[in-house]
Design a protein around this ligand. Structure first.
Ligand SMILES: NC(=O)c1ccc[n+]([C@@H]2O[C@H](COP(=O)([O-])OP(=O)(O)OC[C@H]3O[C@@H](n4cnc5c(N)ncnc54)[C@H](O)[C@@H]3O)[C@@H](O)[C@H]2O)c1
Length: 321
């Protein structure tokens, strides 16, 4: 339990919903700042009565004054900045992607400065790295070269630079975290959402073809949410961005994990990997945070499937797609 309030942007999204759920479970006050007022992920992830404890501000991260006013009004002491447009949305509309992902992050730092908050945590991505054939190392280390292949990755790389400059010029410390393939309840959009969609399809008794293959870093969403909160609590002095390790596994292992819970599931996957590395190492994050949650792929897949099964039973999810 903590009396410190958290200001979480993009919290109607998948990771944000789990951050809010985790904070409320811990009796920590939280203000959500999001353009969307669609609560379907929060409703899937947390009990209905827990939602009453959340403060909601509907606002646009691209609007500097609105972000500042919302943060100051919230009275928050901690910021977790997740609002962003994912790969397909940045590709479809690069100017909007840059406004949300790049200007939005600058706005978040400006708001922190205006509110007198000297630290924040933000989401970067494993997509700041390029395809694996451009590297000698198999897994990306803390200092591996950034080489993004799409607007989204370039925008996130810019944010990592923005964070560095706000520490240098204004003394606002930050931790950036680089998730890879986040899976779990609420993961329903973005290129790496298809393993989770396969889990939901399996629960519904529907066939599913996952859109990519190869090796990837799988992160159970509850772990990722916990990492953002843990990183925020240390109020880091400096500006660093950390890889998240998670379970580095081939897509066939994720399919096997689904079939271990639902043997009759009809799940296949594309052979081609994403244009990213096989996975990441996370020694530096472990050195920073100490004990970190690290759910095994088989356990995270089982938890996700059971969550979906319960959500369908209780009417929070439809039994068909
Ligand atoms: N999910 C992953 O596998 C993954 C991997 C790497 C990085 N990330 C990063 O983690 C963060 C959270 O990811 P997610 O999967 O929860 O994303 P998501 O797409 O589920 O949620 C993003 C949220 O941002 C909000 N948003 C969009 N435009 C906005 C605006 N103009 N103003 C305010 N809010 C706005 C959306 O309404 C949405 O609720 C993002 O920054 C994402 O880039 C995610």
């Amino acid at each position: 339990m903590s009396n410190d309030r958290y200001f979480v942007t993009g919290a109607m999204g998948c990771i944000g919903a789990w951050v809010v759920h985790t904070l409320i479970q811990d009796e920590t006050p939280v203000t959500v700042f999001d353009l969307s007022d669609n609560r379907h992920r929060l409703e899937l992830v947390m009990p209905a009565d827990a939602l009453d404890k959340v403060d909601f501000i509907q606002g646009d991260i691209t609007q500097t004054d609105a972000v500042k006013a919302a943060l100051i009004d919230s009275g928050a002491q901690h910021i977790i900045h997740l609002a962003a447009l994912q790969v397909p949305f940045c590709k479809a509309d690069p100017p909007l992607g840059a406004a949300v992902n790049v200007v939005g992050t600058v706005n978040m730092f400006e708001a922190a400065k205006a509110a007198g908050i000297n630290h924040l945590v933000f989401a970067s991505t494993a997509g700041v790295y390029g395809p694996k054939n451009r590297y000698e190392e198999q897994l990306m280390g803390h200092d591996s070269r950034l080489d993004p292949v799409n607007h989204y990755g370039v925008f996130k790389q810019a944010n990592e630079g923005t964070a560095r400059i706000y520490w240098q010029d204004d003394g606002i410390g930050s931790v950036g975290l680089r998730p890879y393939t986040v899976y779990g309840p609420g993961r329903d959009q973005g290129i790496t959402s298809t393993p989770t969609q396969a889990m939901l399809a399996a629960v519904r008794g529907e066939p599913y073809h996952i859109s990519f293959g190869g090796s990837t870093g799988f992160h159970y969403v509850g772990d990722v949410a916990a990492l953002f909160i843990q990183a925020s609590r240390i109020a880091f002095k400096g500006s660093e961005v950390f890889n998240i390790g998670g379970a580095v596994a081939h897509m066939s292992e994720a399919v096997d994990a689904i079939k271990a819970v639902i043997p009759e599931a009809v799940v296949t996957h594309e052979d081609a990997p994403l244009p990213f590395p096989d996975g990441q190492t996370d020694e530096e994050l472990r050195a920073l945070l100490g004990d970190i949650p690290d759910t095994a792929l088989t356990d995270g897949v089982r938890e996700t499937i059971v969550h979906f099964q319960n959500a369908i039973k209780s009417g929070r999810l439809s039994a068909n797609s």
